[in-house]
Design a protein around this ligand. Sequence first.
Ligand SMILES: [Fe+2]
Length: 589
Amino acid sequence: MDRRQFLGLSTLAGGLGLVTWQARAASFFNLGQPLDTTGLRTDSARVFDLSVSSGDPSETGVMLWTHIAPEAVRAGEPLFLQVALDAAFQTVLVQVQVPAHEITPERDHTVKLDLHGQLPAMASGGPFFYRFIYDRTVSRTGRCRTLPGSGTASTTLKRLKFGLLTCQDYTNGYYGALAQVAADDSLDFVLHLGDFIYETAGDPRFQSLPFADRTLVLPSGGLVALNLADYRAIYRHYRRDPFLQAVLEKHTFIQIPDDHETANDCYWDTTRDTLGAPDHPYTTDPAYGNSPALLKQLKLDSQRAWSEYVPARVAFDAQATHPHQALGPVYRRFQFGQFLDLNLIENRTYRNAHPCGEDDYFGRYIPIGCNKGNLAGRTMLGATQLNWLLEGLTQSKATWKLMGNQTFFSRLSLSGLAPSLSTFNVDAWDGFAAERALITGALREAKVSNFVVATGDLHTHMASEIKHSFSDINPLNVSNHVGVEFMTPAVSSSALGELLLAKADDTTRKLIIQGLASPLLQQANPHIRCFNSSSNGYSTLEFTDRYTEWVSYTVDKASNSAQAKRRALYRQRKYMDLPWLVPQSTLGW
Ligand SMILES: [Fe+2]
C-alpha cells in the first residue's frame, strides 16, 4: 500500500468511528479499520525526536504524549496512534487518527492525547503498549498502565509499587538513576515529586557545571528562563537525554511541579497578586523593575510549558490571564481501587512568602532568631486545596492513604545546635507549622490510619515518623503518631550538604550545615530515622496488604553507567499501633 492509499483508508475509517474529544488534550478520532503498518520507516528519532511518554492513568485510559520534530512536519499530514496488549502489536485495542492541525507551533509541536474511556478496565492495570506513526515512520514503543484494582477486583489488589523521583538538574550530573528506574520491571508507576526541569542554565549559586557535555543554552541567552521560549527549550533539551527517554518510555508517570519548573523558592505574593520569585532576574535585576506583570507572565509561561511537555490530565487555558485560573488545579487524586488513594498536593502556587523574609538566601531556609514559621494563618496549600486534601484523607475508604508532596512535611529541628535556631528549612512545612498541625490534627481526630507521605525537594535520603506534636517524644503516646514520611534523594541535583556548604559565608553557618549530620541533630529529631544528604539516587515505595516498604538507592551522578547501591530500607506495618518504623537495614545518619 502506498502512502496515498494508507491515508485514504485512514480518513475513510475515521469518518466511520468519530469520537468527540475534550479540548484540554489534542482531538482525535477512532479508526474503524486496521492501519497498514507494513514497511514503516524505523528511524524514529528523525520524526519523534523526544520519543514518547505516558502519564496520569485512569481506570480506562492514560495520557499519551509525543513531539514531532519541526523539520519533520508535513502540511496536512495526520498522526496515528496504536495501543495494544502486546509489544508486537498483535492485539491492537485502540487506533486513532490525530488531525494534522493538532501538530502546531502553538503547542510547540507536542501532542498530548487523553485515552480515558478508550481502554478496557483491567484488574491488573495492563501493561499496554503504544506507538505513534507519522509520515510512514513509527515511533519507539512505549509501555503504559491504567489504574489497577477497578470494579469488582477492587478488593483483590494487594500490591502496588512506585518509583520515586525528584530534582533532576540536567546540568549537574548524569541520569544513571533514571536508567536504573527504567530497568526496574517491578514498578507499577513512577511518582515524580517535582523539579523535573531546572529553570537555570549554569547558575553559579548551585550549578557548578563540572559536566562539560551537560550544558544548556537558553534562547534568551541568559542564565535563567525568562519566557515561554526558554521553558520550552529546557523541556526539549532534558527530553533528549537517552536515560530520561528510557524511563519515560518504560513507565507511566504521575507528576507534580515544584519550584524549579518555574523559579527557585517561588511562592504567591498575595500583596501584589503575582508570583514571588526571590532569586529571579525579574525580581533582582533593576532593569526589570520587580514588575508584577512580568512575574505573573513568567508563572503563566512556566505553566503553559509544563502543560505542553508533561502528560498530565490537567487542563490549561491559554486565554486565562491569572495563573490561578490558567492551569489546573494541578493537585489531583488517583484511586487504586480500595487499596490506595494517592493525593498529589502542590506546594508552590498558593503558598505564602517565606516567614522571615526573602532577601537573604540563607535566611529563607535557616532564619536565625526568627520563629515566624509557626504563625497561625500561614498557608502552604491555600484554602481550597487544603479543604480538598482534608476531605480526601478523612473520607477515604482506601487501606493506604498516600500523599505526594514536595517539601519536607515533618519537623527538622536545629534546637540541639544553638538556642537562637529553631528549624532548618522554613521553605518547607516547618515554615507552615500551623497548617501542618491542622492536617495532622484532622487525621488524628478522624482516626485515619496508614497515612504515608512521599516527598522530594531537599536532595536527601530521609525516613521519618510524622507526629502531631513533634515536641512530644514519648514513644508510648500512640495517638501522637499520624504516619510516616519518606524523602527520595535528588536524581542529579547537588546534595544538600554540598549545596549549602558552598553558600555558607561564615563560620556559624558552616557549623549549622556540618551539624546536620551530627548526633545532636539526631537527638533533636528522634522521629527522623534515617538522614543522608551526601548522595544522589532514587527510591521505591511498595505497598502490600501487610506493610509499606521504602528502599532508597544511591546512584553516582558523575558516571553515566553507574549502578544502584541500596542505602536504606524501612518498613512500616499496616495498622501498626506502635509508632516505630522498622529499619531492616540502614546506614543511619
Ligand atoms: Fe530540587
